[in-house]
Design a protein around this ligand. Structure first.
Ligand SMILES: C[S@@+](CC[C@H](N)C(=O)[O-])C[C@H]1O[C@@H](n2cnc3c(N)ncnc32)[C@H](O)[C@@H]1O
Ligand SMILES: [Zn+2]
Length: 265
C-alpha cells in the first residue's frame, strides 16, 4: 500500500508520520487522530506541556480584530519578505490569519500550542498541515524548512536552528516601543513603553530590518474590546481599568512592528 508522508514527525519515537484518511501514524504504530476541523494534536500530555497557549476568548477576539483588516499592511509586508516557493513553518501560527495568505504561494505548515487557535486555522486552509505542538519541541525533521516565521509568538532559538536548512531564513515580527500606546493610554494613567527590540541573535546573521509604523482608528466599541481581549493587557488589568474601555466608541492608536529577517549561519 502507498503511504503518503505527512510533514510531521511522531512525537513519541521521532519517526515519520504517514497520512491515513483520519489519522497520522508512524511505522511503529503510534497514531494521532485528525480532528474534524483538520488539525492533528501531537502534544504529549506531560508536565512540560501543561500551558495551552491562547484560550477561546483570545482566539475569538484576535480573529474578529484581524478580519477587520487593521493588520493587513503587516500581513502584506511579511508575505513580501518571505517571497514564494518556500517550505515555511509558521511557528505559533495562532488562528492562521497570516498562514492562510502565506500558503497561497508557499508550502506551509503551522504549529501552535492552542487547540482553540488551530480549530480556526485549520478551517481556513484546506490541507491539514496544522499540529498542536510546542515551539520548544517542534515535530519536524532537522533541516526540513527553508523559512520559519514567528509573529508575536515565543522564541525557540535552538529548535529554529535545528529545523531550518543550511542558509534558511528566520523571519520574526516584534512589537516596537510605541506599539498600541493609544490603547494603553486609554486604560492606564501611566502607560509604559515596550522594551526596545533586540536585533542580535546567536547563530544567525541579520539580512534585513523593516520598521512598519502606522496609526489605526477603531470606530466601534466591539473592535476596541476585541483588540483589548487579544492582548495580555486584558488579563493583567483590574476591573476598574477594564471598564474604561466599555464607554469608548472610538480609539486611535499607533501600531509599530519590527520585521527582522535572519539567515541561519
Ligand atoms: C500573540 S499570539 C500570535 C498568533 C499569530 N502568530 C498571530 O500573530 O496572529 C501567540 C501565539 O503563540 C502561541 N503559543 C504560546 N506558547 C506557545 C508554545 N510554547 N508553543 C507553541 N505555540 C505557543 C499561542 O497559543 C498564540 O496562538
Ligand atoms: Zn512513533
Amino acid at each position: 500500500m502507498f503511504l503518503k508522508e505527512s510533514d510531521f514527525l511522531c512525537p513519541v519515537c521521532r519517526a515519520k508520520l504517514f497520512a491515513l484518511p483520519s489519522q497520522l501514524k508512524c511505522l511503529k504504530g503510534h497514531g494521532f487522530d485528525v480532528a474534524k476541523q483538520g488539525y492533528v494534536n501531537l502534544l504529549l500530555d506531560n508536565a512540560h506541556n501543561k500551558r495551552h497557549g491562547d484560550d477561546k476568548l483570545m482566539v475569538k477576539s484576535r480573529t474578529k480584530f484581524l478580519e477587520k483588516g487593521y493588520y493587513e499592511p503587516l500581513r502584506n509586508a511579511v508575505c513580501d519578505v518571505i517571497g514564494s516557493g518556500h517550505k515555511v513553518l509558521d511557528s505559533g501560527c495562532g488562528e492562521g490569519y497570516y498562514t492562510e495568505t502565506i500558503a497561497r504561494n508557499n508550502s506551509v505548515c503551522g504549529i501552535d500550542i492552542s487547540k482553540d487557535a488551530l480549530k480556526v486555522a485549520a478551517k481556513r486552509c484546506e490541507t491539514f498541515s496544522f499540529a498542536v505542538a510546542s515551539i520548544g519541541d517542534i515535530p519536524l525533521k532537522n533541516g526540513s524548512r527553508d523559512v520559519i516565521i514567528n509573529i508575536f509568538a515565543p522564541d525557540s532559538p535552538d529548535e529554529f536552528s535545528r529545523v531550518l536548512c543550511d542558509g534558511g531564513r528566520l523571519i520574526t515580527v516584534q512589537p516596537m516601543e510605541r506599539h498600541l500606546l493609544g490603547l494603553k493610554s486609554a486604560i492606564y494613567d501611566e502607560p509604559y513603553l515596550n522594551p526596545a527590540v533586540e536585533y542580535e541573535r546567536d547563530g544567525f546573521e541579520l539580512l534585513s530590518k523593516e520598521e512598519l509604523k502606522y496609526s489605526i482608528t477603531l470606530d466601534c466599541n466591539e473592535d476596541i474590546i476585541s483588540l483589548f481581549k487579544m492582548t495580555p493587557y486584558y488579563y493583567k488589568t483590574g476591573k476598574a481599568d477594564q471598564e474604561k474601555l466599555t464607554k469608548l466608541d472610538t480609539l486611535t492608536t499607533e501600531v509599530e512592528f519590527c520585521i527582522l529577517e535572519y539567515r541561519k549561519l
